[in-house]
Write a protein of this length. Structure first.
Ligand SMILES: C[S@@+](CC[C@H](N)C(=O)[O-])C[C@H]1O[C@@H](n2cnc3c(N)ncnc32)[C@H](O)[C@@H]1O
Length: 311
């Protein structure tokens, strides 16, 4: 038995019949289906964010207004955003902002979109330095990108000085714009510098914390990443040579030179890299025993060590 096709106007993913308005629910469903046809599954959440942005409301409010008509002007503003998302542009670049811990950061393709794992790196650093019970600490965030780590440490931690380093001048423009959004007390703590890893620091400049989420993706892994990452995010923020370990190894080599005695080195690493990074730390005189922490998905993603005496 063949079933009778439902009339198009009854189908929630079809455009409304001529003369009837789009409603919030119909537009959400239709757009989610549209993204699915473009190869983006699970697009509903992004569509909700885009429509909430256009209607100047929240996702929760959308749920309370499913039958609200969406006017022609609103539709005209929504369409280009949906088309950008269909072109695989990440939601955060379309909206120009990303949430990171307590911060709303400006982001665009000059900087990596900060990831939830990196929020955990910040959490791990804050937990450790709070145990010290001291104020006015200093930190350097190597490869600062949007400034996510440096600005969070300044806002949330007992820091009197935080230096964010990046070799990308374009990324530092974004980081500086994000610093300008902080409260004055936190803003004054942070300084950004252009340069190559720890070479960007002054001779004899030392810190209580060296923290980094450096590039650690191999070329082979990079080729397999989603178009959102490959086509939009800066590749120099992601890819490192030597099985993805080159930048991490340089940081481990150089960190004891800039860490104060007892200071903390905290590194985000890729899946499967923690053991190799821990070994590199064990082989570096001046660094104590490495500690590996898991992220919320249970993968070893953070490796930490203290500067030991006798560097
Ligand atoms: C994975 S992103 C991290 C961005 C930001 N810290 C975050 O966690 O979202 C790595 C950053 O390191 C920077 N970078 C790569 N190689 C570098 C180098 N040799 N010296 C300084 N910065 C570098 C890139 O420009 C990029 O901003």
């Amino acid at each position: 038995m063949t079933s009778t096709p439902r009339p198009a106007f009854d189908d929630p993913v079809s455009p409304p019949p001529p003369g009837s308005p789009w409603t919030v629910l119909r537009l959400l469903r239709w757009s989610t289906q549209y993204l699915a046809e473009k190869g983006i599954n699970d697009g509903r959440l992004d569509v909700e964010h885009l429509l909430a942005h256009v209607l100047d409301t929240t996702r929760l409010e959308l749920y309370l207004a499913f039958e609200r008509p969406v006017g022609p002007d609103e539709l005209e503003r929504f369409k280009p955003l949906l088309l950008q998302r269909a072109g695989r542009k990440p939601l955060q670049y379309i909206l120009g902002r990303a949430h990171f811990r307590e911060l709303e950061l400006e982001v665009d393709p000059r900087v990596l979109i900060p990831r939830p794992e990196t929020e955990e790196l910040v959490e791990a650093v804050l937990a450790r330095v709070r145990e010290w019970g001291r104020e006015g600490l200093s930190a350097v965030d190597v490869g600062t990108g949007s400034g996510a780590i440096a600005l969070s440490l300044a806002r949330e931690g007992p820091f009197g000085r935080v230096v964010g380093v990046d070799r990308s001048a374009a990324a530092l423009e974004v980081a500086r714009a994000n610093r300008a959004r902080l409260d004055e007390s936190a803003r004054e703590v942070v300084e950004f510098r252009e340069g190559d890893l720890l070479d960007a620091l002054e001779p004899a400049e030392t810190f209580d914390v060296v923290v980094s989420n450096p590039p650690y993706v191999t070329q082979e892994e990079y080729a397999e990443l989603a178009p959102e990452v490959r086509e939009w995010e800066p590749s120099e923020a992601l890819v490192a040579s030597g099985e993805g370990l080159h930048v991490l190894q340089r940081l481990i080599q150089d960190a004891p030179e800039v860490l104060r005695a007892g200071g903390l080195l905290a590194l985000e690493v890729g899946s499967g890299q923690a053991e190799g990074v821990a070994d590199a730390i064990r082989n570096r005189a001046g660094l104590g025993a490495p500690v590996t922490l898991r992220d919320l998905s249970g993968r070893d993603r953070i490796v930490m060590a203290h500067r030991s005496d006798g560097t």
